[in-house]
Design a protein around this ligand. Structure first.
Ligand code: ZN
Length: 340
């Protein structure tokens, strides 16, 4: 090989190397961040998804499965715990992935927004909060935390699963829950689909942002009963959320049994059923009603009057919701005693 040929081939390989390197640096990087579960509780047992992000940008609302388990302009996922009694026992909020704390807020009261002037929390609707930057353009935000519980400060480095604080009800909320939102490149994104829920020209990621095991745990249910209970005194939704009217023994001379259900995302045409079974396994109440209007969350109860005639012993109350169009149903049961 002549010197010129040698130089030319070296030049050729140099050019090829530069070309390949340049090709690699301009290649679009697919972000690898995967989110862990942001709470320490068991989905379906002591915490539930109350609302998903609204993926419909009109005045209507739609969750990522085309259902109504959301409300208009909702930009996060609401993880709800049973009631305020459970809140006071503390449910940990943890970092969904490694990252650096971008900011925090603490000091706002835990109170049902129905009991205060909404203006007093203007621009602080998220309540006590932590925001974490994860790199690759991701940010997670944790809202409504318990007053005085925020454990991290701006600039702290946190690992996935590190304690950030506890579930509370500060800011714009009627019930203890954690509003969890995710941003990618400064725009809110639905972690269930990787699609943006704010207008942007950035291409969507089009995949779940959850770790596979978390995605499995968060399986979507079109109809859902959040909580049920049995009580001898007439229940209402406000006190129910404070942790009252939980399952209890019913005294025969109390006169009444109330079976209540806290339902989510009901639609017109859904069928709600209350079933009461006595200690001998006989069905003594089987009451069906058809839902008249849609609601994100609605409280129902059934009154049973003639309880003096009842046998003593263990009873079972069942509440079932059924959506004929989807052939989807969900039920919850509770055992209780009728005593002397
Ligand atoms: Zn929310």
């Amino acid at each position: 090989m002549t010197d010129i040929k040698k130089s030319l081939s070296i030049l050729f390989f140099l050019c090829l190397a530069v070309f390949l390197c340049a090709g690699q640096t301009t290649k679009v990087k697919i972000p690898t961040v995967r989110l862990g579960f942001p709470l320490k509780c068991t989905i379906g047992k002591d915490c539930w998804i109350l609302a998903y992000p609204d993926v419909d940008n009109s005045k209507k609302w739609k969750d990522y499965k085309g259902g109504t388990r959301t409300y208009n302009t909702h930009k996060g996922t609401d993880f709800v715990i049973k009631n305020q009694k459970r809140m006071n026992y503390r449910v940990p909020v943890v970092a969904a992935a490694h990252g650096r704390v971008l900011g925090t807020r603490d000091g706002l009261k835990d109170i049902n927004v129905k009991k205060i002037d909404k203006k007093s929390i203007e621009k602080r609707e998220c309540g006590n909060r932590v925001a974490i930057l994860h790199g690759q353009g991701f940010l997670t935000d944790y809202c409504h935390m318990l007053k005085g519980s925020v454990k991290v400060k701006k600039g702290d480095y946190v690992k996935a699963g590190d304690l950030l604080g506890y579930v509370g009800m500060s800011g714009l909320t009627e019930t203890p829950h954690m509003h969890f939102s995710v941003q990618y490149k400064n725009k809110k994104i639905d972690p269930f689909t990787g699609k943006f829920i704010e207008k942007t020209k950035i291409p969507a990621l089009n995949r779940s942002l959850w770790k596979p095991e978390v995605e499995l745990k968060l399986k979507y249910r079109p109809v859902f009963i959040y909580n049920i209970g049995v009580t001898a005194v007439k229940p209402n939704d406000v006190e129910m959320q404070e942790g009252n009217f939980e399952q209890q023994d019913i005294k025969k001379n109390s006169g009444y049994i109330y079976i209540w259900a806290d339902t989510l995302s009901i639609k017109k045409g859904d069928v709600l059923k209350f079933v009461l079974t006595d200690p001998l396994g006989r069905v003594i109440i089987n009451k069906k009603s058809v839902i008249d209007k849609p609601n994100v969350r609605r409280f129902f109860y059934l009154t049973h009057k003639n309880i003096r005639k009842l046998e003593l012993g263990q009873y079972n109350a069942k509440v079932l919701i059924y959506r004929p169009a989807k052939q989807a149903s969900y039920q919850k049961t509770v055992d209780f005693y009728v005593i002397d």
